[in-house]
Design a binder for this molecule. Structure first.
Ligand code: GAP
Length: 448
């Protein structure tokens, strides 16, 4: 059985050290979470899988790691200062504030105030003067600094169009009502690709990225059958988008957006360009008085063209939650017992293998287990741990719950014949293998 509800996942995350409430000892800070020892491993593995699929597997995609603090002019010309807001209402009965589309059932319509627009960007002062004149925003999406670096990346890598820039990093939104564990938070990470194409090639590229992203999620353990495509209606589109397809996943709290794939046209590069009159721009962009860059490329006829951009944008936390939800299994065993097992794809598992000495206090067994752990760790396949609790059953249960695909038990026979017992997480089958074959075995197991 998969997880029955969010509470089971939240409990597992806390119990085993995946996710903790941030600033917990002071009562927390709403909309923020900390990733614990296992959470940081799973999160890094997820981000690495995305980076490999985007940057390493496509010679026309390059990476970027830009600053979080953003010059307000970037967010003025991107349209965020004017439009990046949600309608907010107050309930006069319970005195709480909600996003207009998220008012709980117990509030009566007649108790609600008229909606007011609330800008979601966090503003902070820069430098020692706090008089409001020197401020910056914490970026609300990683995308904008990809656009502002368009020329830098193009000039330094000499890429022809189509080419893409990929970035993973924090984004901040002052959500009116953060909720549903790590689903809607105020500080989160995005994995964003901006894929630049010539106008006219945008619609095909958009379709092709929707398919590629579905395939990628499936490789992470979120099968295509559990994702619904939502063609965002025109009146709900973001200010920059001509078309957006959302990948909707059935989270424990309901069907919601996991990733959005937008056709942002030439809106952003056009908005950040100087001398817009010299360019053919299809979007209705704001005249830019401040930029010193022309975000355009020359086509075969020598005309300056502003490329269109296709943007697959996924949230790391939402991916993390979907993956946990898919992997969480409460399994009935023979004899009426049950076990909780995280059937994670092995490349995402926080721990790839646990080396377990059969006897906690037998020096020869423990030293051999430690040598095996050290040798496997050096190969660079991810985290291998030595689990010396002296209780094999308990160790298996723990590693089932945290999704370790393989347990390796070192016993008295190991000392004589260099073989170990392998115990498979999913089938619980046990087999013997020579120590020298372990590295190859694990390598095969964690192949994507
Ligand atoms: N650059 C495009 C963009 O930011 P978005 O649909 O607003 O588009 C992209 O965000 C993704 O970022 C979403 O699909 C979601 O996975 C994630 N995301 C957005 N707001 C979030 C929040 N408050 N908490 C967690 N993840 C969020």
């Amino acid at each position: 059985m998969p997880a029955k509800n969010m509470d089971e996942i939240v409990a597992l995350c806390k119990r085993r050290g995946f996710i903790f409430q941030s600033s917990e000892i002071y009562g927390g800070l709403q909309g923020t979470y900390d990733f614990g020892p296992l959470g940081v491993e799973l999160k890094n593995n997820l981000k690495n899988a995305w980076w490999e699929a985007m940057v390493y597997e496509n010679d026309n995609i390059e990476g970027l790691d830009s600053s979080i603090l953003t010059n307000p002019l970037v967010l003025k010309y991107s349209g965020h200062e004017e439009t990046f807001s949600d309608p907010m209402v107050d309930c006069k009965s319970c005195n709480l504030r909600f996003r207009e589309d998220q008012v709980p059932d117990h509030c009566k319509k007649e108790d609600l105030t008229e909606p007011r627009q609330f800008n979601l960007m966090f503003k902070t002062s820069v430098g020692p003067l706090e008089d409001g004149s020197n401020y910056a925003y914490l970026r609300p999406e990683t995308a904008q600094q990809i656009f502002t670096n368009f020329k830098n990346v193009l000039d330094s890598t000499s890429k022809p169009i189509p080419f893409g820039i990929a970035q993973i990093g924090k984004a901040f939104r002052n959500e009116i009502t953060p909720r549903n564990f790590i689903f809607r938070v105020r500080e989160f990470e995005q994995m964003e690709l901006e894929y630049f194409v010539m106008p006219g090639e945008d619609e095909d590229a958009h379709e092709s990225w929707v398919q590629k992203r579905l395939d990628w999620w499936s490789n992470q353990g979120v099968p295509i059958k559990s994702i619904e495509l939502y063609d965002v209606p025109t009146d709900e589109l973001a200010h920059y988008s001509k078309k957006t397809v959302d990948l909707m996943y059935k989270f424990p709290h309901g069907l919601e957006e996991l990733e959005g794939i937008a056709n942002r046209t030439d809106f952003d590069l056009g908005s950040h360009s100087k001398k817009q009159d010299e360019l053919k721009i299809s979007s209705n962009v704001k005249k830019n008085k401040h930029s010193n860059s022309k975000m355009a490329v020359k086509n075969d006829s020598g005309d300056w063209i502003v490329p269109y951009v296709i943007e697959p944008s996924a949230g790391v936390e939402r991916g993390f939650l979907a993956i946990l939800n898919e992997a969480y299994t409460n399994e009935e065993l023979e004899g009426g017992k049950n076990r909780i097992v995280l059937r994670l794809k092995p490349h995402l598992s926080p721990v790839k293998a646990a080396v377990i000495p059969l006897k906690k206090n037998n020096k020869d067994i423990v030293n051999t287990a430690k040598e095996i752990k050290d040798d496997l760790q050096k190969i660079g396949l991810g985290r291998i741990i030595l689990e010396n609790t002296g209780n094999i059953g308990k160790s298996y249960r723990k590693h089932d719950e945290i999704g370790t695909p393989l347990c390796i038990t070192v016993d008295f026979d190991t000392l004589n014949d260099n073989s170990v017992t392998l115990r498979d997480r999913d089938s619980m089958n046990q087999t013997r293998l020579q120590v020298k074959e372990l590295a190859m075995y694990i390598k095969d197991l964690i192949k994507k």
